[in-house]
Ligand binder design. Structure first.
Ligand SMILES: [Mg+2]
Length: 333
């Protein structure tokens, strides 16, 4: 049996807290735990109020200033269950949805191998994932298809240059997007997962003509509320996209063996490093849209690996070599 002191220190961080948030004349209940950051608390509040985390100001006597720092862990604050705090903020519907709603650019970083393994295997992170699986229900826009692999795509800088301005969003779309989606749809179900709000994801994908394209179907859209926050020793607190959330909800279709995710930020893969492919960011759309060929090359890669039983055995870091070799092999065959 664990000693009383050990169990109390672990329960301090793992214990669930029920907080009451007063906003706009009503009270909302959110469930968090000590290992969650202020950023995660704001996401939970967003789930019940629709006020985006970055538009929330949380007020509570004495700890108000700490609530302004998203990276602070709740276990570091003197919070008790049933505590009432006040939130000030405006819902997204009342604000024009535009590219300003996408998150700030944060430089990518590479965690040391050991540290990355550590994050993935940490019990506290597995627990966060389990909670997210319970809380976040993926809504299918189209049925999962038996026998298909799964491609999960980020939006910002992966499919779209959200930082440039254009008269028409199509000017900021990565070249060959529809050709790419059409070709890979033959072998892959497609899920789009962005670290922004669902509203922004829907608006953006609709504007680009992705949601009603006759040549392929999108299985589901996921947003920032599906992400979890993890801690690393060298980089502090950051958010990531745990594919385990998808695998847990559709185990008969998607697994760690048949899933690949494209993202321009490596840290988004930290819970499933073997399933991530870092795509070259598509920036400065006006200068690069005539020359960017990434999606053409990645189409070849995805189609050539589609026959494999276990995609997680591949080293996606060298995907361009694989695609090249494969083209050569075919030419010589
Ligand atoms: Mg991105």
């Amino acid at each position: 049996m664990a000693s009383p002191s050990a169990s109390s220190s672990s329960s301090l961080s793992e214990e669930e807290l029920t907080l009451i948030v007063k906003w706009s004349g009503k009270e909302y209940t959110v469930r968090v735990c000590g290992d969650d950051s202020v950023g995660e608390l704001k996401r939970r509040i967003c789930e019940v109020t629709n006020v985006l985390p970055k538009r929330q100001k949380l007020l509570y006597p004495k700890i108000g200033s700490k609530l302004a720092d998203d990276s602070v862990l709740l276990s570091q604050l003197p919070l008790k269950s049933s505590l009432k705090m006040t939130m000030i903020g405006t819902v997204e519907d009342d604000i024009i949805v535009d590219q300003v709603d996408s998150p700030e650019i944060i430089d990518d970083f590479e965690l040391g191998q050991d540290e990355a393994v550590d994050i993935k295997d940490k019990e506290v992170n597995k627990q966060k994932l389990r909670r997210r699986i319970d809380q976040y229900k993926i809504v299918l826009r189209n049925p999962c298809r038996k026998g298909k692999k799964l491609l999960v795509l980020d939006i910002d800088y992966t499919l779209f240059d959200h930082r440039s301005t254009g008269e028409n969003p199509l000017q900021l779309m990565r070249p060959y997007l529809h050709e790419f989606l059409t070709a890979v749809y033959a072998e892959y179900d497609i899920i789009i997962w962005s670290a922004t709000s669902m509203k922004w994801v829907e608006v953006k994908m609709e504007q680009l003509g992705v949601l009603d394209n006759p040549n392929y179907k999108i299985t589901a859209l996921l947003d920032h509320l599906a992400m979890i926050t993890v801690q690393s020793e060298s980089r502090g607190v950051f958010d990531c996209k745990p594919l385990g959330l998808i695998w847990a909800q559709f185990p008969e279709f998607y697994t760690s063996k048949n899933t690949i995710m494209f993202d321009d930020l490596r840290r988004n893969f930290v819970m499933n490093p073997q399933n991530g492919l870092i795509i070259k960011p598509f920036r400065k759309a006006h200068a690069n849209r005539d020359s960017d060929q990434e999606l053409v090359k990645l189409t070849q890669y995805l189609l050539s690996i589609a026959e494999l039983d276990d995609l997680s055995l591949l080293d996606h870091k060298t995907w361009d070599l694989y695609a090249e070799d494969n083209t050569k092999r075919r030419r010589h065959a």
